[in-house]
Design a protein around this ligand. Structure first.
Ligand code: KIV
Ligand code: ZN
Length: 388
């Protein structure tokens, strides 16, 4: 069933897991706009919502199903018939519908969330998949808290749900608990020990509680997973989900991994700013790939190296992620080379002595003014003209 063994499917859950963040709720029209942009970005699956949770979420899944053509539209459910019925109804206009159903798989969840047993939970998982399969062909099963689940039991569960009709098996590190080698080993174990694993795609869904969501997702892909779940800007409950832009750019930057996606990475910057403004969630300046400082060089040593050859300090071209351009920021830590670069850009060609003089005046100013802009530089040069 897998066509290209090196193709990684991108499952965006910004509108479901991402939207669960307090203060980030969206209206249906806002979700439709975002879904259309996600389609342009090239995501393979859009998780549009959890339809049983509210009439608004239900309507969003209905309207997104009508609005997008290419991506699969997915609706989340718990492992029960009512959730599944409502999700099936919400997906009736989707060209490619998917039900995402599942249940806890760790002993912690089995005992303290469901007050149940491994056997009973396994039965409920299989029943849910079989029931959903009667209405929708594409069924993704999530084994919640798989990061902390006993791997032998997890393998048993995965095998049973695939036999029941699951096309994708999601192995979430729900609490962001795993180390990359542990998570990778878990995926490897499933790949090697689940008899029917070739009948489904393994999906990675990692949370960022220890700052390891991206690293864990990559470890999963290196060990045989071929779908990655995440959000734009890594938005999500608590410390967030895997940032899709990070995983995609890692795969592009490290071509030796031999994996690729269908994402148009040049749309990342615009997509990131759209999510940030619609969800009222600023992007931290040092955020990888899309943060305001991601391509800004400010220390003298780096600026000098960058100006000699950008690859000295640039592993991704800003234009490859739609970033306006790399920038050489002028601060009191900048060197002469950076000042010269900016003055030349503004039309001031200086000889060695003039540059020395201008640099001295620049440092005096930069010590008191944090952000030196073009106007400041023009004034710096005007002062020189008056003095002469
Ligand atoms: O983190 C998680 O386990 C989830 C599931 C509902 C897929 O978001
Ligand atoms: Zn999640």
């Amino acid at each position: 069933m897998l066509h290209d063994p090196n193709r990684v499917y991108v499952f965006d859950t910004t509108l479901r897991d991402g939207e669960q963040v307090p203060g980030c709720q969206l209206t249906t029209p806002e979700k439709i706009d975002i879904a259309r942009e996600l389609e342009i970005l090239g995501v393979d699956i859009i998780e549009a919502g959890f339809p049983v949770s509210s009439p608004g979420d239900f309507m969003s899944v209905v309207e997104i199903s009508k609005a997008v053509k290419e991506p699969t539209v997915c609706a989340l459910t718990r492992a029960n018939k009512m959730d599944i019925d409502v999700a099936v109804e919400s997906l009736k206009y989707a060209k490619r519908p998917r039900i995402h159903t599942g249940i806890g798989s760790s002993d912690m969840h089995i005992k303290h969330k469901f007050n149940s047993t491994r056997e009973e939970i396994l039965e409920r998982a299989v029943e849910a998949v079989k029931y959903a399969k009667k209405s929708v062909e594409d069924i993704e099963f999530y084994a919640e808290d798989a990061g902390r689940a006993d791997v032998v039991y997890l393998a048993q569960m995965v095998e049973a749900v695939i036999a029941a009709g699951a096309t994708v098996v999601n192995i979430p590190d729900t609490n962001g608990y795993c180390l990359p080698d542990q998570y990778g080993a878990k995926i490897k174990y499933l790949k090697e020990n689940v008899k029917n694993i070739d009948k489904a795609i393994i999906s990675v869904h990692c949370h960022n509680d220890l700052g390891l969501a991206t690293a864990n997702s990559i470890a999963g892909l290196q060990n045989g997973a071929r779908q990655i779940e995440g959000t734009i800007n890594g938005i999500g409950e608590r410390a967030g989900n895997t940032a899709i832009e990070e995983v995609v750019m890692i795969l592009k930057t490290h071509a030796t991994l031999g994996l690729h996606t269908n994402i148009n990475s040049r749309n990342f910057y615009e997509m990131s700013r759209m999510i940030s403004s619609q969800m009222r969630m600023p992007v931290q300046p040092n955020k990888a790939i899309v943060g305001g400082n991601a391509f800004a060089h400010s220390s003298g040593i780096h600026q000098d190296g960058f100006l000699k050859m950008r690859e000295n300090y640039e592993i991704i071209r800003p234009e490859d992620v739609g970033f306006p351009s790399a920038s050489i920021v002028l601060t009191a830590r900048s060197g002469r080379h950076a000042l010269k670069f900016h003055l030349e850009r503004l039309g001031h060609k200086l000889d060695k002595d003039e540059l020395y003089d201008a640099y001295k005046r620049f440092l005096t100013l930069a010590d008191v003014k944090l952000d030196i802009n073009d106007d400041d530089l023009q004034q710096l040069m005007a002062y020189k003209l008056v003095k002469n």
